[in-house]
Structures are given as structure tokens and as C-alpha cells.
Design a protein around this ligand. Structure first.
Ligand code: HDE
Length: 716
């Protein structure tokens, strides 16, 4: 049991989290102190209590300031520490957010692996999951069009296992040696450092054209997958092919997949663009909001397995990271669940210092000859040393929960104090010998390798367009239209005709209709024939519409209820209660954040509602849906408020569910410029645009519309 082999939880921990069994939490707690402790006193780093942290020791009188003294070690330490606060940001995936949680198995995969984390159904393995964007710097916006990182650290009883994945199942390049090129091309251009966190520029698209192998991946980045509504609503993929080894010593190739319980949902592009300025921390806040509210994000964990003997049975090379494994050929076997349930206490020590390495594997899990993975195994370890130093594994967030013992010693910032004389093996004490396989030692698979030393890939690596077509064909018409619009946007930002003309040409390798639409939009020559016929094949699970949960839910959806003085309290209270009961998060928005009274309520009644926000403080983009209760005076006020009209109109434009009752019906219809409508005998109208209006309150129909809101977006 992990709890026996490691750190015992301190008493403080047990007080903080009664009943908490997460061994990683307990371990980190031994390095944790509380900045809100009122009994603590400010000290220097060497422990001396200080009586003044505001005034530098100086030669001064009541009448005259004098020179500051260099001898003031307190002041020097404070400034000195501050000067050195920053460490290099990650060279890619610099912007991110993380949370902790647990991984559990509901089915053992012992037929294919001996790894405890994938076979012991009684275990709860602590995990840390860091989400990120790739190209932007640490201070860039969350909602930009980009791949999202999905990096999971499993603190297993046999050591740390890292799946350093993305929310897109394939990658731009086949060989790690191309990584600096693809990243240089995507990052801000070297002469002027423009643009920030964008692929909409000449260099990126120049590279895409000159690298046909990037075609499949760029189609994914132009799809809605690259503008997720929430970190909680996207898939995670290990991307590279790994291997699993079972107790019999048999080897299987494997891909790892995480599918969110809430379904896969995205912004519309205009929303993503606006949010980048209106709320650059939208995803980070969304994660914290859900976890703090107890709505723990969950993913099903799946494996796709190919026995070693079948390695060559596919038309693509299963070690080529620009290819996915279609579910029809290799079904996903869902065997576990990952849940996030705790936010970090401190960003720097638990997120910025979190360090992943693809080479972190545990017995029963192995690498493969995937040339991208092989290079990654070098790169991650290397980058952690330059970011965090050679002893990065000792940092509290990175430390394994099982014992660590070896002869790696010293180096900057070494923390562990290792007693005794044995710092080498073999030693006369026979101290800390290598483990046997029976003791849980990692056994390398005796893979037979033969070949010639050369810079070459197998033939199958040279085919680049089949799966780009497969992906495009598998999407619904609106998803395809979003790709056309996205490519139209990106190539419009390329001002070098060579770049956008060539790219229009490249699209003829995928689909003629797509190429023609984009070419026309961006001013390239409109092609009249395809360069390659579209094979017309489709695969399951690529359209995000297929990833809607079986039971759509409104849990954790943010709904803005817009009121003004004289609002209809019955409609307001009814809808708010219904939303809360279903796990949605209602926010009251008024023209001001001071008490607002309902129709018939007097100021002396002591009632009224204090809105959570006012109309100028927030924007419709920050909510999934809006509801406007009636009230003669309230609606008269809102009609005169340009921002209120803009809220409704913008939410409509972003295809969100909008609910309205009583006087608000006409207000919403006017704002959205919808044709007049007559009510059915039940007094309820649900029109095809996701606008639910009724003469009386019908929370159920509104809730249905909210459930489908993001789905509705996908259909329009
Ligand atoms: Fe990474 N990548 N990568 N990458 N990557 C990094 O490691 C690299 C690739 C991914 O939240 C770096 O710690 C190479 C594929 C994520 O801390 C660096 C290649 C996939 C994260 C690095 C790739 C990823 C990184 C920068 C080409 C999806 C963030 C900071 C072979 C499967 C991890 C760091 C976090 C981070 C190198 C390609 C995902 C430099 C050489 C493919 C999620 O080591």
C-alpha cells in the first residue's frame, strides 16, 4: 500500500482534510505552510523575525531623509528575492492551468499489461493534470485557436507515469528533429515578435504547405477542437504510440484516450476572439469555478490496443504520430475514470514547477519506436533541467509517492539528505542494490531490432492526405463550414500571396469544395479540379457531435438572468431555482450591482436582489445562456439600455439558448430581430433558433434549450 511506504500525513493535514486519503496530497502537505496564519510573524529567509518590512534602513531624521544603507540585509534580501522570482517559461505550452484528482479503474487490463495502475481495480491513484495552449506566452489568452495540452501525471505506487498528451489525436510532424522548425514557424515571427498566440500568420502557413505531413493536424486545428468551451469539455490523447507489457511478457501497441463526461463542446470563433480580450483567464477560471463548486470534471480513460504481431496490418504505420487509429479498426476500450477534485494551493510551486517527461514510465508500460516519441524522451528531461534545475524531481509536486533511492547526488538545490557512505553500486555494504523483476523492477522488453543506420522512415510514413480526408469527411456540415471559416480567417491574415495561394492549392488534396470556398474567400485562384479524389470514407468519434453525453446535461452551465427595477419575481425565482436544482450556475445581471427591487416590492420591504454583476462589468460571451424574466418597468428600462440589447443580440449571434417570459418575450424577439410569433394554446413557443419564449414560466423547456445550446451551435 502506498500509504505505508511513504510519508505519513502530518497532523495538520489530517485537520485540514478529514478523511482525505490522497497520499500525494499528504506528501505535499509536509512542504506546505499557510500564508493566512495570523499567529505567524514575518521573518527573513534565515528565520529572524522582522519588525519592519517597509522602510529600508537609512541615515535619516524626522526632518530629512538620508542615504539608504547597504548593510540592511533584510531589505536587500527582499529585493534580491523579488529580482529572481521568474524562471524561464516553458518553451512551448507556457500558458496553462492544473488541478489534482484521482484515477480509478473499473476494469483491469491485465490481459495486456502488468502495470498496477491499469490492473488494480481497488486503487485510487493520485493525479495532476495540466492543461495548456501551445504557442502563446505565459500571459496570453486562454481562448485562442490552438492545440490544448493535456498532460497527466499519475503518482503510482511504482513511480510517476506521465502521459504528456494533447486534445488533438495527431501531430504536425513525424520526427522530433522537426520540432524546433514547426514551433519557430508557429510562434511570433523573429523580426517583430508578432503575432502573439496565433497561427494566423505567414510563417505558420508557409511551414504547413512545405510540410505535407502537417496536413492532417492542421485540419484539426482549424476545426472547433482548437477553440474548446472549457478544459472540462475536451478529449485528451496520448498521441504517440506506447506499448503495454503483460505478465506473460507479451507486448501490445497502445494509444491512450480520455473522453470527457460532459461531452466535447466548443466556442464559436467570434466568442473565442472576444473572450481573448474580455476575459483572458476564462478557461482557468472555469476550471476553478467547477472544482470549487464540487462539480468535479471527469473523463473516461480508454486504450486502443494492437498486438505486436499485427503491427504491419494497417495501411498507415502505427508508429506515425500524424495518423490516428480509426475506431472502426481498433475499438476504444474504456477501462477507467479520471476525476479532478482539488485546485492547487499555489500556482508557482504546483503548476509552474510541475514537470512532465514522456520517459516517465512504470513497469508494464513501455515506449515504442515512434520517431516523434523517441525524440520527446530526450527533450522533456532536458527542458526541465534548464527550467527547474537538475533536482527538479525533488520538488514537492514532482516527487514520487513511492521511495526513491539511487546514487544520483548533489547538483544545485539538492534537498534530500542521504546518510551513509554508499553513493555507488556495487558497494561493500550491499546497500540499495538494483531490484529484481519480482521486487517490481522495470523489465525492458527484448525487442528485436534490425536495420541499417540511416536517416529514413518506412514507406508508409510518406502518405499524408488519406486521414486529412477521413477527418474532414467525418464532420457534420456545420463543423465543415467552421473549418472553411477558420481557414478563411487564418489565410486572410497572411499577406504574402505565395503563402495563401499555395495553401489553397494544398486543400485540393483534401476536398475540392473546401478548396474552392477557401480560395474564393482569401483571394487565391479558385481551383476547378481536385488534385486527389476524395475517398469518401468516414470514421466514428471524430465529429464532436458524436461525443455528446448520452444524457445531455446543463450542470455547470453559466446562465445570466438579466433583470432591472420592477422585474417579474415569480419568473426570476422560478427559473433560478430550476437552474440551480439541475446543477447549472445562475448569475443575476442588472444595470447596476446595487439592490434591485421586483415589481410590487417597496424599498422599505427589505427584499430586493443584489445582482452578481452589472451589464457593463460582464459580457454575454462569459455565459452559456441568458434568461430575461418579464416585468413592465424592467423591460422598459432594458429596452432603453443599449448594452442590454447588445447582450441579447450577441448571445443570439453566438447561437446560445435564450429564454424570456412575459414582457421580455417581445424585447428578446425585437433584440434578435425575429419575426413576430403567436403562442400555442399552452402559451409556449420554442423556435428553431434556441430561443425559448413563453407567456408564462416554462423552466423545463428553457433547460432543454440550454442543454442543447452548445449542441445547437453545432447544428446551425
Ligand atoms: Fe511537447 N514539449 N514536444 N508535445 N508538450 C513540451 O516540455 C516536444 C509534442 C506537450 O503541461 C516541453 O516541459 C518535442 C507532442 C504538452 O508541462 C518540451 C516534441 C505532444 C506539453 C517539449 C513535442 C506534446 C509539452 C516544453 C516533438 C502531444 C506541456 C516544456 C517530438 C502528445 C507539458 C516542457 C506541461 C511541453 C518538447 C511534441 C504535448 C520542450 C521535442 C506530439 C502537453 O520538452
Amino acid at each position: 500500500m502506498a500509504s505505508e511506504i511513504l510519508y505519513k500525513a502530518t497532523e495538520t493535514v489530517q485537520k485540514v482534510m478529514p478523511g482525505e486519503h490522497d497520499v500525494k496530497f499528504a506528501q505535499m502537505a509536509t512542504s506546505t505552510k499557510d500564508s493566512q496564519d495570523t499567529k505567524a510573524r514575518i521573518t527573513t529567509d534565515w528565520g529572524t523575525k522582522q519588525i519592519n518590512t517597509d522602510d529600508w534602513l537609512a541615515v535619516a531624521t524626522e526632518d530629512k531623509v538620508g542615504p539608504s544603507l547597504l548593510e540592511d540585509g533584510f531589505a536587500r534580501e527582499k529585493i534580491h528575492r523579488f529580482d529572481h522570482e521568474r524562471i524561464p517559461e516553458r518553451v512551448v505550452h507556457a500558458r496553462g492551468a492544473a488541478a489534482f484528482g484521482k484515477f480509478t479503474l473499473f476494469e483491469s487490463a491485465e490481459d495486456v499489461t502488468s502495470a498496477g495502475v491499469l490492473t488494480d481495480t481497488k486503487r485510487e491513484t493520485p493525479v495532476a493534470l495540466r492543461f495548456s495552449t501551445v504557442l502563446g506566452s505565459r500571459g496570453s489568452a486562454d481562448s485562442v485557436r490552438d492545440v490544448r495540452g493535456f498532460a497527466v501525471k499519475f503518482y503510482t505506487e511504482e513511480g510517476n507515469w506521465d502521459i504528456v498528451g494533447n486534445n488533438i489525436p495527431v501531430f504536425f510532424i513525424q520526427d522530433a528533429m522537426k520540432f524546433p522548425d514547426v514551433i519557430h514557424a508557429g510562434k511570433p515571427e523573429p523580426d517583430n515578435e508578432v503575432p502573439q498566440a496565433q497561427t494566423a500568420h505567414n510563417n505558420f502557413w508557409d511551414f504547413q504547405y512545405l510540410h505535407p505531413e502537417a496536413t492532417h493536424m492542421f485540419m484539426w486545428t482549424q476545426s472547433d477542437r482548437a477553440i474548446p468551451r472549457s478544459y472540462r469539455m475536451m478529449q485528451g490523447f496520448g498521441v504517440n504510440t506506447y506499448t503495454l507489457l503483460n505478465a506473460k511478457g507479451e507486448r501490445n501497441f497502445v494509444k491512450f484516450i480520455f473522453t470527457p463526461e460532459l461531452g466535447v463542446h466548443s466556442f464559436v470563433w467570434d466568442e473565442a476572439l472576444k473572450l481573448a480580450g474580455q476575459d483572458p483567464d476564462f478557461h482557468r477560471k472555469d476550471l476553478e469555478e467547477a472544482i470549487s463548486a464540487g462539480a468535479f470534471p471527469k473523463w473516461k480513460f480508454g486504450i486502443q490496443v494492437i498486438p505486436e504481431a499485427q503491427e504491419q496490418d494497417f495501411e498507415f504505420d502505427i508508429l506515425d504520430a500524424t495518423k490516428l487509429w480509426p475506431e472502426e479498426l481498433i475499438p476504444i476500450r474504456y477501462i477507467g475514470q479520471l476525476e479532478l477534485n482539488r485546485m492547487p494551493d499555489e500556482y508557482f510551486t504546483q503548476v509552474e514547477q510541475l514537470a512532465f517527461c514522456t520517459s516517465h514510465i512504470v513497469p508494464g508500460i513501455g515506449l515504442s519506436d515512434d520517431p516523434l516519441l523517441q525524440g520527446r524522451n530526450f527533450s522533456y528531461q532536458d527542458t526541465q533541467v534548464s527550467r527547474l534545475g537538475i533536482n527538479f524531481e525533488e520538488l514537492p509536486v514532482n516527487k514520487p509517492i513511492c521511495p526513491v533511492m539511487n546514487n544520483n547526488r548533489d547538483g544545485a538545490m539538492r534537498h534530500t539528505i542521504t546518510k551513509g557512505k554508499a553513493n555507488y553500486w556495487p558497494n561493500r555494504f550491499e546497500a540499495h542494490p538494483p531490484a529484481t523483476a519480482q521486487e517490481g523492477g522495470y523489465v525492458d522488453y527484448p525487442e528485436k531490432v534490425a536495420g541499417i543506420k540511416t536517416r529514413l522512415k518506412s514507406k508508409k510514413f510518406r502518405e499524408h492526405f488519406n486521414q486529412a480526408q477521413l477527418f474532414y469527411n467525418s464532420l457534420s456540415p456545420p463543423e465543415k463550414a467552421h473549418i472553411v471559416a477558420a481557414l478563411g480567417f487564418e489565410l486572410d491574415h497572411c499577406d504574402d500571396p505565395v503563402v495563401y495561394k499555395r495553401m489553397a492549392d494544398r486543400l485540393c488534396e483534401i476536398d475540392l469544395d473546401l478548396a474552392q470556398h477557401v480560395a474564393e474567400l482569401v483571394g487565391a485562384d479558385v481551383p476547378s479540379e481536385a488534385k486527389r479524389p476524395n475517398h469518401g470514407k468516414k470514421a466514428k468519434g471524430l465529429s464532436q457531435l458524436e461525443l455528446m453525453p448520452a444524457e445531455p446535461t446543463i450542470a455547470t452551465r453559466r446562465v445570466a438572468i438579466i433583470i432591472a427595477e420592477g422585474y417579474d419575481a415569480i419568473a426570476y425565482n422560478g427559473v433560478k431555482a430550476a437552474l440551480t436544482a439541475s446543477g447549472a450556475v445562475p448569475f443575476t445581471i442588472g444595470p447596476k450591482r446595487s439592490t434591485i427591487f421586483a415589481a410590487g416590492e417597496s424599498k422599505s420591504s427589505g427584499k430586493g436582489v443584489v445582482p452578481d454583476h452589472h451589464l457593463e462589468g460582464m459580457r454575454s460571451t462569459m455565459f452559456d445562456s441568458i434568461f430575461v424574466p418579464g416585468g413592465v418597468d424592467a423591460i422598459a428600462t432594458l429596452r432603453k439600455n443599449g448594452r442590454a440589447l447588445h447582450w441579447v443580440r450577441e448571445a443570439f449571434g453566438h447561437l446560445k439558448a435564450i429564454g424570456a417570459t412575459g414582457e421580455a418575450v417581445a424585447f428578446v424577439r425585437d433584440a434578435c430581430q425575429l419575426p413576430g410569433v403567436s403562442f400555442s394554446s399552452s402559451g409556449e413557443v420554442v423556435d428553431s433558433y434556441g430561443v425559448v419564449t413563453a407567456s408564462q414560466v416554462h423552466p423545463e423547456s428553457f433547460k432543454e434549450a440550454v442543454k442543447m445550446a452548445k449542441g445547437a451551435k453545432d447544428f446551425v
